[in-house]
Design a binder for this molecule. Structure first.
Ligand SMILES: NC(=O)C1=CN([C@@H]2O[C@H](COP(=O)(O)OP(=O)(O)OC[C@H]3O[C@@H](n4cnc5c(N)ncnc54)[C@H](O)[C@@H]3O)[C@@H](O)[C@H]2O)[C@@H](O)CC1
Ligand SMILES: [K+]
Length: 510
């Protein structure tokens, strides 16, 4: 499913009208009706005292249509209209006329206080004040109206976007409606899934409002859905053997940081890697060997961490691997950085670069775009900040665009971890992931993800597919783990849920 910026959602609407010839009133009819239809599963409209707050833009027009459908479901409907009615579009005016004819009361208000008693008593509040037409910070009476809604007890359903939310970033333009449900119209907007917009949005529902899917073909940013992952996950046939599912080499761990290597190894095993080998430094070997029977563990060199001198042997070993993962627990010694540089600039298959290897990418000035392999980088915000020189705040303000920019400039797949994780491709497209939960904000989760992505690449998925599917499965496994224990499950616990997450996705094929 596409994820749009404000200008893209406007483009989509105008394409629907101009190129496909769908009249604005038809879109508005579909929009307003779907607000009621899609929430029916969660909200009992029958008999509910429903206050619909309309602005004078087309968002308000959707509200007039919703009023009619809510009344049709047995709701006792009242519309509060704020703003200069002369500014309403012809479509909005027409639909206002319809509800007038139906006898649904419409009370024009200029001050929030006039609406207060109704808002206070409402069972359901439909927020149709401001949609994608938000122009500046919300102040004055409209801000007060929003505050009244947020303080009231009724269920809040926002039409298209919670009024006051910036659709591109999910941030509040001053005051914002704190919705229980939001029905996204025509497309899901970036702000619906970015933080803090996802919390203003509440439960996100989506209506295509009759705009044909063909019109959505060329938009670059997507929300990862189960179906996307199902479509690309390899199906294992009956005659499969371990040699067909990838030989994964994980270069990880150093003395004192052995756990990271084990967690990556576990991630790769549970994600179905055919053979998984952990290659670590001599100093870490004894702590790793034999810990997980399915994991082959070997070491390079003699020291506590990898040095440049170990790189020739590493590359020799790597010839046997279909995919390598590099980084977890390596440490940040200068010498280790040189080792990392040798590997990244020489290995010519798929490579997942994480953690301390990302640090080395910057410190050793590795020119990613000239490397022979297909590179997948998996930084969290701190690591991405170090890589790019952008501040964490700058990254959070433009997580999707910054991820895309980096992927395109460096010809890599970039997995920018966080809430939400963004997987950006070298062709300028990106997938935003919404599986996962705050219980995953613990040490070792990233190491597991690295192993998962490497294992999926080993099973024949291309770099982009392995990354976006790995991120989705990792989050889904976390969600499954969190069902019993919302906080306190470990990366190793999550790993055990990966096969079940994969099975959950594959159920789509039944
Ligand atoms: N053809 C279309 O463009 C369609 C649009 N639709 C709806 O129309 C919406 C977009 O409509 P519009 O572009 O008319 O704009 P909106 O209705 O989203 O917003 C404009 C209204 O909000 C007020 N407003 C904007 N910024 C404000 C601020 N900072 N403080 C206080 N008031 C503010 C304006 O005065 C105006 O009344 C979408 O979100 C969607 O709900 C749907 O009806 C489907 C079709
Ligand atoms: K709204």
């Amino acid at each position: 499913m596409i994820l749009t910026k404000t200008e893209e959602s406007r483009l989509l609407d105008s394409m629907a009208m101009k190129e496909y010839g769908i009249p604005e009133m038809v879109l508005m009819e579909n929009a307003g009706s779907s607000v009621v239809r899609l929430t029916e599963k969660y909200v009992d409209w029958d008999g509910a005292f429903t206050v619909i707050l309309c602005g004078t833009g087309n968002n308000g027009g959707d509200g007039f249509v919703a009023a009619r459908y809510a009344a049709g479901r047995g709701a006792r409907v009242l519309v509060l209209l704020m703003g200069n009615e002369a500014h309403m579009s012809e479509s909005s005016k027409q639909y206002r006329h319809v509800i007038d004819k139906m006898g649904i009361p419409v009370i024009p208000i200029s001050r929030a206080e006039e609406g207060a008693p109704y808002i206070h008593d409402a069972d359901i509040l439909v927020d149709a004040l401001i949609g994608t037409g938000l122009s500046s910070e919300v102040k004055g009476e409209k801000a007060l109206l929003i505050t009244l809604m947020n303080e009231a007890q009724g269920i809040i359903i926002s039409v298209d976007v919670p009024s006051g939310m910036l659709t591109d970033t999910g941030r509040a333009a001053g005051v914002v409606v704190d919705a229980d449900y939001t029905v996204a119209l025509g497309s899901v907007k970036r702000g619906h899934v970015l933080y803090p917009g996802s919390s203003y949005t509440g439960t996100l529902l989506y209506s295509p409002i009759g705009i044909p899917d063909e019109a959505r073909m060329d938009f670059p940013v997507h929300l990862t859905e189960k179906e996307d992952v199902f479509n690309i996950l390899p199906v294992r046939n009956r005659v499969s053997h371990k040699g067909k599912n990838g030989f994964i080499g994980i270069f990880a761990g150093s003395y004192g940081m052995e756990g990271a290597a084990l967690l990556s190894g576990q991630g790769a095993l549970y994600a179905g890697g055919g053979k998984v080998a952990v290659v670590t430094s001599a100093g870490a070997h004894s702590a790793l060997a034999g810990r997980i029977p399915e994991l082959m563990v070997s070491s390079l060199g003699k020291g506590p961490f990898f040095t440049e001198a170990d790189s020739a042997e590493a590359l020799e070993k790597a010839k046997a691997y279909d995919v390598i993962a590099l980084g977890p627990g390596l440490g940040r010694e200068k010498e280790t950085g040189k080792f990392v540089k040798r590997l990244i600039t020489s290995f010519d298959k798929t490579m997942v670069i994480d953690a301390d290897a990302l640090f080395a990418v910057k410190e050793e000035h590795i020119a990613l775009d000239t490397c022979p392999g297909r590179l997948i980088l998996t930084p969290h915000v701190g690591e991405f900040s170090h890589l790019t020189g952008l501040s964490p705040k700058e990254i959070e303000n433009g997580r999707i665009d910054e991820a895309i920019r980096f992927a395109v400039e460096n010809h890599v797949v970039l997995v920018l971890k966080g809430a939400p994780t963004v997987t950006a491709m070298p062709d300028g497209s990106a997938y935003v992931n919404t599986t996962g939960n705050p219980g995953m904000a613990t040490g070792g989760m990233g190491d597991t993800l690295t192993g998962i992505i490497a294992a999926l690449a080993g099973q024949g998925m291309n770099a982009s597919g392995a990354a976006l599917a790995g991120v989705y499965l990792h989050g889904l496994a976390g969600d499954m783990a969190a069902e019993k224990t919302p906080v306190g499950y470990r990366a190793g616990d999550l790993a055990e849920w990966i096969p079940l997450a994969r099975a959950e996705v594959m159920k789509m094929g039944r």
